[in-house]
Ligand binder design. Structure first.
Ligand SMILES: [Zn+2]
Length: 179
């Protein structure tokens, strides 16, 4: 393999700001697309939040889409789908959404090599090595989201947009450690 990376080192995925209970702000992150389950039944009702079956023990539902706004906000705030009054006659409507497995989560760190593509034309918009300037907790934000760091050499607003809009990207991790 010499100095070159083998193809297996190059991961394809999606950028996002990883923020949940306990992270105390968002991390610039990458989700390996091999660990995204597309459009699967998620086991609970989108109208009332009722669990229609037991959640799998191995797959953590890291994020859900297609939930109604109220349930979504509750989920973001508490990390839980709180039950609302059940649908009449148990007439539930199961959420169909993507599920992101934590196994595919990479918090970007110094030395990672990242290439970012524009969603419209798939043209490369940025490519380089992650080099972060760390901030004190709860001191800096991007569009109202607390952030832990800035990528050096690029404006925060430009950088953040790639993550908020979930641009696709390729990642060569600086090491083999999984988050
Ligand atoms: Zn229901």
């Amino acid at each position: 393999m010499g100095n070159n990376h083998s193809l297996e080192d190059v991961l394809e995925g999606i950028l996002f700001l990883h923020s949940e209970t306990g992270t105390e702000g968002g991390y610039w992150a990458f989700q390996d697309s091999r660990y995204i389950q597309r459009n699967g039944p998620r086991g609970y009702c989108k109208n009332c939040g009722f669990y229609m079956k037991k959640r799998s023990g191995t797959l953590e539902i890291q994020r859900v889409t297609a939930l109604d706004e109220e349930v979504m906000q509750e989920y973001e705030r508490t990390g839980e789908i709180n039950e609302k009054p059940n649908c009449a006659n148990n007439n539930h409507e199961e959420v169909i959404a993507d599920a992101w497995d934590y196994q595919g989560l990479h918090i970007l760190e110094n030395g990672d090599h990242l290439t970012i593509y524009h969603p419209d034309n798939n043209e490369e918009v940025w490519s380089g090595v992650i080099n972060l300037k760390q901030h004190d907790l709860f001191s800096e934000h991007a569009s109202g989201w607390w952030i832990h760091a800035d990528q050096k050499g690029i404006e925060r607003a430009v950088w953040a947009e790639y993550f908020f809009k979930e641009y696709s990207a390729k990642l060569i991790p600086s090491n083999k450690h999984k988050y």
